[in-house]
Design a protein around this ligand. Structure first.
Ligand code: FAQ
Length: 312
C-alpha cells in the first residue's frame, strides 16, 4: 500500500490499474456482497446444472458417449466446488450458501429449469448452454477479484471441451438419419431462446451491470455478450444445416452483427422467480441428495477429526 493511502484509495487504485483485488485487501461492502451473490449463483448453477445432463447418463447411446457425459457432469461438480471456495475467500461459509440455495433465497441460472427430453438435448446443452457459458466466462477471467478470475481460467478450458463435445453430438445427429436430424432441430428449437436468456435482462433493465462494470467484476454487458453469442452461433447452425427458430434473425451489414427477435421476458422472469418447467423438481432433488448424503459428510468430518487427534 502506498504510504498514507487509505484502504478505499488503494482499492480504487487496484481497479483503475487493472490489478487484482485479493481476499486480504480492503474492499467496499457492496463489492464484497455483489461478488458473493454472483459467485454463489454461479456455483449453484454448476451444481444444479448437473441434473439435466445427469438424467441421460444411464441412457447415453454408446459406452463412449456415456464415459464423456460422466466426465462432463463431474467437471460441473468440480466447477461448483472451485466457485464455492472462491466465495469462501470473501468471508462467507459454504453451509450458509448451500442453505440459501435450498431455501430458495439464492438464484441459479434459469437455463437449468428446462427438461432434457431427448438425447439431442445433451448435444444442444453442450453446444448452446456451454457455448453461452464460455462467452460469459471468458470476460470473467478478467474480473477484478483474483480468486474468481483465476477459477474462471480453468473452468473456461473445461467448458470449451464441453462445447465441442456438444457440437460433435449435434453434428453426428445431423449427418445421421432424417429422424436424427429432426431430433437435433427439435432440441435447437427448444434450447435456443432459453440459451439467449442466460445472459440476463437487457442492459436497460439490469440492476447490477452498471456498478459491476465500474468495479470491473463484469467487463462486458449482458446485451453485448448475447450479441457475441448470436454472431458466433449462427454460422455453426448453418454448418449443421439447422434452422434457428427466429424469423427475425438476419445479418445486418451496417452493424456488422446479426439482428434477432425479442426474448419472451415474461417467460424469463417466471423461470427466474422459480416457476420454470422443472424448477420445483430441481430444488427438491438437490435437497434430497443433501439430506441423504449427510452420513458421508459426518463420516468425512469424523475421519478428519480422528487424524487431527492422532497427529497432535
Ligand atoms: N438466471 O442485474 P442483472 C454454467 C438475475 S453457466 C437467473 O443483469 P448480474 C455452466 C440476476 O441474478 C450459468 N437469474 O444481474 C454449465 C439479478 O437478480 P438478483 C451460470 C438471472 O448478476 C453449463 C437480476 O436477474 N453462469 O452453469 C439470470 O449483473 C452446462 C437482474 O440481472 C453464471 O452464473 C439468469 N439467466 O448479471 C453448467 C455466470 N440473469 O441477484 C452445467 C456468472 C439475470 O439481483 C451444464 N454470472 N438474473 O436477485 C454473471 O455473469 C451474471 O450474474 C449474469 C447476470 C450475467 C448471469
Amino acid at each position: 500500500m502506498g504510504i498514507g493511502m487509505t484502504g478505499q484509495e488503494r482499492f480504487e487504485q487496484l481497479i483503475a490499474s487493472d490489478e487484482k483485488v485479493e481476499p486480504t485487501d480492503w474492499m467496499p461492502e457492496g463489492y464484497r456482497k455483489t461478488l458473493i451473490r454472483q459467485i454463489a449463483q454461479h456455483a449453484h448453477s454448476e451444481i444444479i446444472g448437473m441434473q439435466p445432463e445427469g438424467n441421460w447418463i444411464t441412457r447415453a447411446p454408446t459406452l463412449r458417449r456415456k464415459a464423456i457425459l460422466m466426465a462432463k457432469v463431474q467437471d460441473e461438480a468440480g466447477h461448483g466446488l472451485y466457485l464455492y471456495s472462491a466465495a469462501e475467500t470473501l468471508g462467507v461459509g459454504r453451509d450458509e450458501l448451500v442453505e440459501h440455495l435450498h431455501s430458495g433465497r439464492h438464484k441459479y441460472s434459469s437455463i437449468f429449469n428446462y427438461p432434457t427430453l431427448t438425447w439431442a438435448d445433451i448435444g444442444a446443452i453442450g453446444w448452446l448452454v456451454d457455448g453461452a457459458a464460455i462467452t460469459n466466462q471468458v470476460m470473467l477471467t478478467r474480473c477484478s477479484y483474483g480468486p474468481y478470475a483465476r477459477a474462471m481460467v480453468r473452468i473456461c478450458r473445461e467448458e470449451s471441451f464441453h462445447q465441442r463435445q456438444g457440437f460433435e453430438i449435434m453434428l453426428t445427429l445431423c449427418r445421421g438419419t432424417p429422424e436424427q436430424k429432426q431430433m437435433a432441430q427439435d432440441a435447437l428449437n427448444r434450447w435456443w431462446w432459453p440459451a439467449l436468456m442466460m445472459f440476463g435482462p437487457h442492459d436497460t433493465d439490469s440492476t447490477h451491470t452498471q456498478q459491476s462494470m465500474a468495479w470491473k467484476i463484469k467487463r462486458v454487458s449482458n446485451d453485448d455478450l448475447r450479441q457475441q453469442f448470436v454472431d458466433m452461433t449462427v454460422p455453426q447452425a448453418e454448418y449443421l444445416g439447422l434452422t434457428i427458430p427466429d424469423p427475425e434473425l438476419k445479418w445486418n451489414p451496417e452493424r456488422g452483427h446479426y439482428d434477432f427477435g425479442e426474448i419472451d421476458w415474461d417467460e424469463f422472469w417466471r423461470v427466474v422467480k422459480g416457476f420454470g418447467p422443472e424448477s420445483r423438481d430441481r430444488l427438491a432433488h438437490k435437497v434430497r441428495a443433501w439430506e441423504e448424503g449427510a452420513w458421508v459428510r459426518e463420516a468425512a468430518a469424523a475421519y478428519a477429526a480422528k487424524h487431527r487427534k492422532e497427529a497432535a
